[in-house]
Structures are given as C-alpha cells and as structure tokens.
Design a protein around this ligand. Sequence first.
Ligand code: SF4
Length: 480
Amino acid sequence: MTEDTTKTNDDKQGIDMAGISQMLMTMAPTMGPEFSGLVSAFMGMAKTEQHQMSADWIKNWVTNPESGGAYIKRLMALHPNVLKKFVAQMMANVFFRDHDTIKDYTDGGVQPPGLVLISPSMRCNYKCVGCYAAQYSKDEDMSFETLDGIITEAKELGTRFFIILGGEPLVYRPLFDIFEKHNDVAFQFYTNGALIDKDMARRLVELGNVAPQISVEGFEEETDERRGKGAFARAMRAMDNLREAGCVFAFSTAATSRNIDSVTSDKFMDLMIEKGAIYGWYFLYMPVDGDSDMSLMPTPEQRNKLRMATNRFRKEKPILMVDFWNDAPLTGGCINGGRNYLHINHRGDVEPCIFCHMATHNLNDCSLAEALNSDFFKHLRAEQPYSYNTLRPCPLIDHPHVMREAIEKTGAYPTHNGAEKVYTDPKIKAEIDKYAGEIKKFFNPIWEKEYAHWAGKWETLLNIPVEQVEARKKQYLEEG
Ligand code: SF4
C-alpha cells in the first residue's frame, strides 16, 4: 500500500494541501443540500484577491442545483482515497495557487510550472488514423530512472500536477511504480481505455492520486472510424469499471471540423455524465507536422460553437468542462513555455507545448530548471499574452509569427519527423496565416462584448506583469 503523504506543506505554491484534504474528508459524509459548509470553507481559504474571485465563482456555481449543486454530490460520492488525494490536489492547484508565493520563487530563479506533461513512451496498442505511434519501439521508451528523476526535480521546483501521455501510457510498464512512488502529487494520463479492467480500476482507487482521461472522438461511429472497430465500446467499458470503483476520471475529445456537432450535443454530454466522467476536455485538432490535414481544423464558427457549448454545459450540467483554447481568458492566455506548463517527450526533449514538437534543450544534457530558463522558453514567456484578446491565445494557430520567430531566434530543432514544416512550409504557413486572420475577425467582437471588462484585470492577478498586459492592450487597440 502507498504511504499517506497528503500532509505535505506545499510552501512553494503557497497551498495548504493538508487543509484542503481535511476539508474534503470532513465535508463528504455530512454534505447538506445547500452546501453552506463547503462554501464557507472555501471562503475561509481565500488568501488573495484571485482566491476570493475563485471562491465567489464556486459559491455561485454550487447554488445552481442543475450544475454545481448536482456536481458536488457526484464528486463527494467518489472513493474517499480519491477525494483526499487527487481531488484535494486539483482544488489546490486550480483554485488556490498563491501567485505571490510563486513569484518569490520566480524572482529567485525558476518558476515552478503548475503542470508538467511527460510522454515516457510513444508506443500504443492501437493504430489510429493519422497517428505516428506505430513508428516507435520499446527501446525508445524513457527509463524509470529518467522519469523518476524528472518528476523528482519538478517536485523540488514546486510542481504538484503531472500529465502522462504517449502513445498509450498503459503500455509503459513502470507507470504504476511512478504513481506509487510519487503518491504526494496528482497525475492524469490520457488513454484509449482498452486496458482498464476492474482490477486496474481498483488499483487506481487504492492509489487515489491518479485520474485517467479516456479519449473518444464522439459517439461510436466517429470514435471507431479513427481508432478502429470496437474502440468506443472498450472506452465505455473502461468508464463503467472506473465509475463502479469510485475512481475520478474525465473524457477527452479532439474537436474537428467533422465531429463538432456530436461532441457539443446534449446527448453526448449526458452520456459522458451517465458513464461517470467527473470532468471533460475539449481540444482542437492541430497541425503538428507536414502531414496534418488542415481541413480537419474547426472553423472560427465551429470553435465558437465549442465555446458556447462549454458555457452552456457549465450552467446546465453536473460536469466540469475544460475547453483548452476558449478557456484561455481564465488562464491569462497561453500557458506554454513553462509559464504554467511544458511537455517532455520520451527522448527528454523539452517542448513548450504538447502541440509544438520543437526544442532547444534535452534533459539528458541539462536539468529541468535549465530548460525552463532557456532562451526559447524565456522568449515565449516574455511575449505572453500573445494578444490582449486571450480568446486568441495560441502562438501556433492564432499568432503563428510568434512561434516562428521564437524558433528562428533560438535555433529550436524538430523533435518529431517533419514538425518543422508547420513553421517553414510555405503552403502550411499560408493556410495557418489565413486561419489566424479569420479567427481575429470573428473573435475580436466577442472579446470586446463578453470578456474585455474583466479579463485584463484577471491576467494581472495571475502573475502576468501589469506592463506586459498594458503593452498588449495598446497593441490591440492600435491594430484595430
Ligand atoms: S501554444 Fe497554443 S495549444 Fe499550446 S498551450 Fe499555448 S494556446 Fe494552448
């Protein structure tokens, strides 16, 4: 069995993990219909203006019986071990990071990213359309010692949340040893779910600090079309096993120009809730190399459809949806380059974002701290937010000149075959430039109407220097 280490004092993030864990354990059995205890506990924990705003949002949300109210009941029905570890760690990291404390560490050297993404193996048990996992062999997997070393260093810097990707993480043998050894932090792993049987679900609940993210492309037709016949049924069976064991899990979907109607439908979201997903992710189909099919990228209208669906589900359904692009106003824009996250591939290359396979540093030759302080990452961080309109957050598809310039200035190399073509191939560049122009035209009026009055202030509460936000505002106004 794993050691109970939830009493860690997370001083580098200014987080009272022990307090949050204790609060959840006390609340779960006694939760009343009006959640007044939960709300006052949250209010009591708010130390900063940003915390106070988060606590106010939670207060409003839980008083809606359709969404937050019903959601908290679902959350509290999870296994106590999961509440004490994963849920407490997530609340701490999402709502109660103390940016003043983090800033002290930034001033002293290296800023701890809120989350670190690692792909220790690129192998997979599936052969999905358009996926490159089949090109990799077991010999190329990251060793246990390397992965352990990366997580240990990130923890020393102050990171408490790790995301494991691939390939299929469950074919990487040392995975559960890592989860067990680092039981004082939270893990998510993205999986097709095929290998999650009842025993594995029980093991995950015993660990308590891990949440699988089950990938689906919509319903059976869309999922099986990309992932092979039977993939949807296996994903649903994994969800059943996890729900029955009391494990926290999410669904994850990449929205394309083809599946957008399915994944934003009430029918789809109701199915995910019925299956037991506690939260869900919307990503966009992204060009990552020269073979990417640009016609699969959601149009501006479709990207907005995702935004509207996310907002609607938050008001009407007991599930927490995260929309990786359209929620950027909540994170002060793009979080890449170590401001809040980065990705490390199986070879140790340190990439600014999971969708950008370019790097200047490799962890076989340097520490994580050195990679975080690389010119490549510093350049990307200094430019953030890439627009005052953080509904257009992305240096890959909304402001492509930013990533091109960062790559050119720092000599970043491709970490995956053909990745550089996204930044150098004239045809792909022209298509992305056109897309960025259309996004600007479509999303600027929405930003002005719905976000501009609060989002700039929020950015400064998230540790983005006021001068940087003001400079973007000026630039935005001048651009027209
Ligand atoms: S680079 Fe784009 S995809 Fe990556 S974190 Fe930033 S906004 Fe998201």
